[in-house]
Design a protein around this ligand. Structure first.
Ligand code: UD1
Ligand code: CA
Length: 457
């Protein structure tokens, strides 16, 4: 197979985004646009990928890491000029170079592959990926001659009335014979409405040299959406969301109202999971079979076990076991390990907490920096007092213990196996195994006292 190269254009500021964040770093379902592009294009077995960076070069490089090489376009003089920056690295190579824009996050690996195949099969010098747009406004138009052959691309701002009627748009993605690309780029000028060196002008230059130029039209315009402003960003998010949700549904996940469920691309979900409206599942979360997520839950980088239910709650970077009931309104903040057959009920906050199998924290508790054994019951309103203003301390509650309501456990402290803490206690010392600890003022009843008080008025 001929060698394959890729140039990713990602140097623009993205003025139309009106943002401090560089355009290609704006996320679509949690992942920067340019990363979507690179992840998809690299599936086509590319020998070398070069990303052209300029605005925000350091941030873009940091995001992409070692997935590609980088060249700098110090001044953004147009997409043709951007490609030229890869000249030193590529110009002598034999093979096919695909050029992709960092702001078309929805093009799939299948489409890139089909473009490569079409281009290589017909042995063209250039093949444009085009699409039929209902509203082509803003895109470059593909101008064909009487024989329906591609002649050139005209930018919206340079188009005459006739050109503007054309619905076939340039998606900004092309395959080129590598050497032909760099030879033609030398002839591109900036005599146009934007005073830029346009990459699409290469098409006309090749045509004038009687080289073979072709177009491969993808049937799905939605895929080729170029994100130039936040309206398009929202459209991209919507399309990506639907695509991901449909993939999960086809794999056996029930999504009630998929318009209102957001699942990021790296999430894995097993069969027979049900996801209710208003839920966001992100990062590298993994949801096991028969779990129920939502309504209105946010799960970030968590593993959620089988048959576990998480309602109206937020969970981050935690491992949640099987048959766990969480919420409504729980906050699993960070690094929690929640065992099997447990309950974390309403208005409970967990942080760096280990909850053993069959234990319950049913209501209104803060459990932070704590290790709770198996079969423990934590009464309503219990607080692990983990912070003394300087450092955090550990609370340990051993198996089969029972913590009465409204207890404060002043860490570091251990409640031994099988013990009881009486409701309303403030525990400052360790509780030995199998004991009852009461740490509250004794109640005194002064009979008749109320009557005396009232009578003295
Ligand atoms: C471009 C195409 C247009 C096509 C559309 C598809 C040109 C002249 N026009 O227009 O025909 O229909 O994409 O979405 O190519 N960039 C650089 N350096 C620069 C300029 C741009 O790296 O000097 C990068 C941008 O970061 C962006 C990409 O190239 O990722 C496209 O640039 P953009 O300004 O968005 O081009 P469009 O006007 O959308
Ligand atoms: Ca664009």
């Amino acid at each position: 197979m001929a060698k394959r190269y890729a140039i990713v254009l990602a140097a623009g500021q993205g003025t139309r985004m009106k943002s401090k964040l560089y355009k290609v770093l704006h996320p679509v379902l949690g992942r920067p646009m340019v990363e979507h592009v690179i992840n998809q294009v690299r599936e086509s077995h590319i020998d070398e990928i070069i990303t052209v960076v300029g605005h925000g070069a350091d941030e873009v490089k940091e995001q992409i890491g070692d997935k590609t090489k980088f060249v700098i376009q110090a001044e953004q003089l147009g997409t043709g000029h951007a490609c030229m920056q890869a000249e030193d690295l590529l110009k002598d190579k034999e093979g096919t170079t695909i050029v992709v824009c960092g702001d078309t996050p929805l093009i799939t690996d299948d489409t890139y592959k089909a473009l490569f195949e079409h281009h290589e099969k017909i042995n063209a010098k250039a093949t444009i990926l085009t699409a039929e747009a209902e509203n082509p406004s803003g895109y470059g138009r593909v101008i064909r001659n009487d024989q329906n052959e591609v002649e050139r691309i005209v930018e919206h701002k340079d188009a005459n009335e006739q050109d503007l009627l054309v619905n076939e748009i340039n998606t900004g993605t092309y395959c080129f014979d590598n050497k032909a690309l760099f030879q033609a780029l030398k002839k591109v000028n900036n005599h146009n409405a934007q005073g830029e060196y346009y990459l699409p002008d290469v098409i006309e230059i090749l045509r004038k040299n009687s080289e073979k130029v072709s177009a491969y039209m993808t049937p799905d315009f939605n895929e080729t959406l170029g994100v130039n402003d936040r309206v398009a960003l929202a459209q991209a998010e919507k399309i990506m969301k639907r695509r991901i949700n449909e993939t999960h549904m086809r794999n056996g996940v029930t999504i009630i109202d998929p318009d209102h469920v957001y699942i990021e691309p790296d999430v894995t979900i097993e069969q027979d999971v049900t996801i209710y409206p208003g839920s966001i599942i992100s990062g590298k979360s993994k949801i096991k079979t028969n779990a129920e997520i939502g309504p209105y839950s946010e799960i970030i980088d968590c593993e959620v076990g089988e048959e576990t239910s998480i309602k109206q709650s937020v969970a981050r970077s935690s491992k949640i076991g099987d048959r766990v009931s969480i919420g409504p309104y729980a906050h699993i903040r960070l690094d929690a390990f929640i065992g099997n057959d447990t309950k974390v009920g309403n208005f409970v906050e967990l942080k760096k907490a280990k909850i053993g199998d069959k234990s319950k924290v049913p209501h209104l508790s803060y459990i932070g920096d704590a290790e709770i054994g198996r079969n423990v019951n934590i009464g309503c309103g219990t607080i692990t007092v983990n912070y003394d203003g300087k450092s955090k301390h550990l609370t340990t509650i051993e198996d089969d213990s029972f913590i009465g309501c409204n207890s404060n456990l002043i860490a570091p402290v251990t409640v031994g196996k099988g013990s009881y803490v009486a409701a309303g206690s403030t525990i400052t010392k360790n509780v030995p195994e199998e004991s009852l600890s009461i740490a509250r003022a004794r109640q005194t009843n002064k009979e008749g006292y109320a009557k005396r008080l009232k009578g003295s008025k």
